[in-house]
Design a protein around this ligand. Structure first.
Ligand SMILES: NC(=O)c1ccc[n+]([C@@H]2O[C@H](COP(=O)([O-])OP(=O)(O)OC[C@H]3O[C@@H](n4cnc5c(N)ncnc54)[C@H](OP(=O)(O)O)[C@@H]3O)[C@@H](O)[C@H]2O)c1
Length: 302
């Protein structure tokens, strides 16, 4: 994990993810082959196994990521890696590297939100709100500061002590309720494993941009149906969101565009309206991130 962290830098990653999102939304012309991910529920233990393969012709990289996500993490001691990336030679299929995927997942997800925020945040955003205080909260703090100069960051978490730990690590104000944290925020990030909404429409300032990252299961909703229905909704992959996003499926909100459409200039970025980016996470993001890591290692002669 540390060796990936040492070579993968957010400033390098964000433009690479931006290009990958654009390539993906170009369809065949973009050279991305990304089947829907395989999802294996482990119901008895509130868990799930994902297999996420993809190929990017323009990057020249072929990758599969395998990961597990289990709720109630406190009850399940971590005894081994839960996310692994297999990096193949795209010219002959040789397995070139097996990398820890935890850092890649955290960073590429936050980088995708940073791309969405770059296009959709209101001009001159001052207040960032983070709901959640886990790995994604940390990577989003870092990624969004690459895009915006916030004057204040407000954080809320289900377990207050974890929000306090977060605030001690990252300069932010702890809020006791999600409503208080969301108040007046220009950019909001939801990065929890909550299966029911933690963010209501009436708490969100008109014109704010919301990155919804946590609810990537069809029966989970992280933000209210009213917020989804009254916002302009963007996704990373329309196909994946229509199959896996509870926020989209339960609210029946209309998807306006993919973020890649904004990168390609084929759809409008409504900065003045309240916007939601529903992130499911795309395998092509892992592909281009793993290539960055692999190339840096080769460059260093390792
Ligand atoms: N869209 C994507 O591409 C993508 C990529 C990776 C991860 N994710 C999703 O992002 C979410 C966060 O991931 P992570 O890596 O940051 O996980 P993490 O480090 O385990 O943190 C989990 C966070 O969720 C909170 N939480 C758990 N159950 C909750 C509940 N019922 N109500 C409210 N908050 C709850 C936890 O609060 P406590 O401290 O109180 O436990 C903690 O803040 C997960 O749902 C994960 O599947 C999405």
């Amino acid at each position: 994990m540390e060796s990936v962290r040492q070579v993968l830098k957010m400033a390098d990653l964000i433009p690479v993810i931006e290009k990958a999102m654009g390539d993906f939304s170009k369809g065949e012309e973009g050279g991305v082959v990304q089947p829907m991910r395989a999802v294996v529920p482990v119901k008895e233990h509130k868990g799930i196994l994902y297999a996420m393969p993809a190929y990017s012709a323009t990057s020249g990289a072929l990758v599969t990521k395998l990961l597990t996500r289990f709720q109630d993490r406190d009850k399940i001691p971590v005894t081994g890696p839960r996310t692994t990336v297999c990096y193949f030679d795209h010219t002959n299929g040789d397995l070139k590297s097996i990398m820890d995927g935890e850092v890649i997942t955290s960073m590429r997800t936050a980088a995708a939100s940073a791309v969405a925020t770059k296009y959709l945040a209101p001009k001159g955003p001052k207040i960032l709100c983070i709901l959640g205080a886990g790995r994604q909260a940390r990577s989003h703090y870092q990624a969004l500061h690459q895009i915006c100069s916030f004057q204040e960051v407000k954080v809320w978490n289900r377990t207050l002590s974890r929000a306090q730990e977060f605030a001690a690590e990252y300069n932010s104000t702890v809020c006791e309720t999600a409503q208080e944290a969301a108040k007046d925020a220009d950019v909001i990030v939801t990065v929890t494993m909550s299966p029911t909404p933690i963010l209501e429409h009436s708490w969100v300032k008109q014109g704010a941009h919301v990155n919804c990252v946590g609810a990537c299961r069809p029966d989970w909703q992280e933000v209210s149906s009213e917020l989804m229905q009254k916002s302009v909704v963007y996704v990373d992959s329309r196909e994946a969101a229509m199959k896996e996003s509870g926020d989209v499926l339960i609210s029946k909100a209309e998807i306006y565009a993919e973020i890649g459409d904004l990168v390609n200039g084929t759809k409008e970025a409504f900065r003045d309206k309240t916007t939601v980016f529903t992130s499911i996470g795309m395998a092509v993001e892992d592909v281009v991130s793993a290539k960055l890591v692999y190339d840096k290692y080769v460059e260093q002669g390792e």
